[in-house]
Design a protein around this ligand. Structure first.
Ligand code: ATR
Length: 273
């Protein structure tokens, strides 16, 4: 247990999964490993506006934000970082000199997970989906020199966002062609998520050893898409690798210190078992 005293810096978590999420274990073990006087606390929020007044008046250092508050918290913040402003969603809030500043680091975590196994610069990347997660990932990818294609069921959503980041956008009618030409494929839709785990937008025959496939769905661990990709000989990246990197990025954001990656990796592994 971390040593708690009057100098302990508090990091809160606001999200509907505050009772079930085990991320507090990840952060608190990492703080302890580096002997940092921080404590990560999941918070039961019943009134978002008052909760943010609490953040200011209780001196919380930062808040990790998840569903359903990623968009609804924006009116209570003083400033948004460029990623959060472009995507229209926030996953971290820092308290700096009496101001609440919203950031969005989900995309960076996903891109770090990709970069472990594949070179993004010079590649053709297909993102399936145009919801919050897809936008965060596509925005971060757009900082790289890659050809970026966003496909979504609701074409207008893909088109509006793609225009902002200089990406191409389409519906799923052209999915077979673009997937066959892609180096990287990312499923950022909810298709294939438990309990509808058999669902998948991509035929196995479209994938090969040439492509790296990442799925942001964590439940099930191995989605139907990743099963098909593996059978086709593709490299696959599981969602928990993305979650680990998202946590590593947030740790630095919260503390200003590089995360103890091996420690966090071990906790993530223990949480899965
Ligand atoms: P998140 O914040 O997790 O990204 P979201 O904003 O609700 O969640 O986005 C869900 C994504 O999954 C969207 O791209 C959605 O497509 P639409 O924009 O057309 O709704 C996609 N999605 C959900 N169910 C789908 C389905 N049955 N077929 C295809 N796409 C689907």
């Amino acid at each position: 247990m971390n040593k708690i005293n009057g100098k302990t810096k508090l990091i809160g978590f606001f999200g509907s999964t505050y009772k079930s999420s085990k991320m507090y274990k990840l952060y608190n073990t990492a703080f302890e490993a580096l002997d940092l006087n921080y404590c990560y606390v999941p918070c039961a929020v019943d009134d978002l506006e008052k909760a943010f007044s609490g953040v200011l008046h209780l001196g919380f250092r930062a808040i990790g934000v998840s569903f359903p508050y990623k968009e609804s918290i924006i009116p209570y913040l003083d400033e948004l970082e460029p990623e959060a402003a472009a995507i229209g969603a926030v996953n971290v809030v820092t308290h700096q000199n009496g101001k609440l500043i919203g950031g969005m680091t989900d995309g960076l975590g996903a891109v770090c997970a990709l970069e472990e196994v594949v070179k993004i610069d010079g590649s053709t990347v297909v993102v399936l989906g145009a919801g919050g997660a897809a936008k965060a990932i596509a925005y971060e990818l757009s900082k790289h020199h890659c050809s970026l294609k966003i496909l979504n069921r609701t074409i207008e959503k893909a088109r509006d966002f793609a225009q902002k980041i200089d990406a191409q956008s389409n519906g799923y009618d052209i999915l077979p062609q673009v997937v066959q030409q892609a180096d990287i494929l990312i499923n950022a839709t909810s298709v294939g998520m438990y309990p509808d785990a058999g669902a998948c937008l991509v035929d196995e025959s479209l994938m090969s050893s040439k492509i790296t496939v990442m799925d942001i769905i964590g439940k099930p661990h191995e989605t139907e898409l990743l099963k098909r990709a593996k059978r086709a000989g593709s490299k696959v990246i599981y969602a928990d690798r993305m979650l680990l990197h998202q946590a590593i990025v947030k740790f630095k954001y919260y503390t200003g210190v590089d995360a103890p990656i091996a420690v966090m990796e071990k906790v993530m592994q223990d949480m899965r078992e």
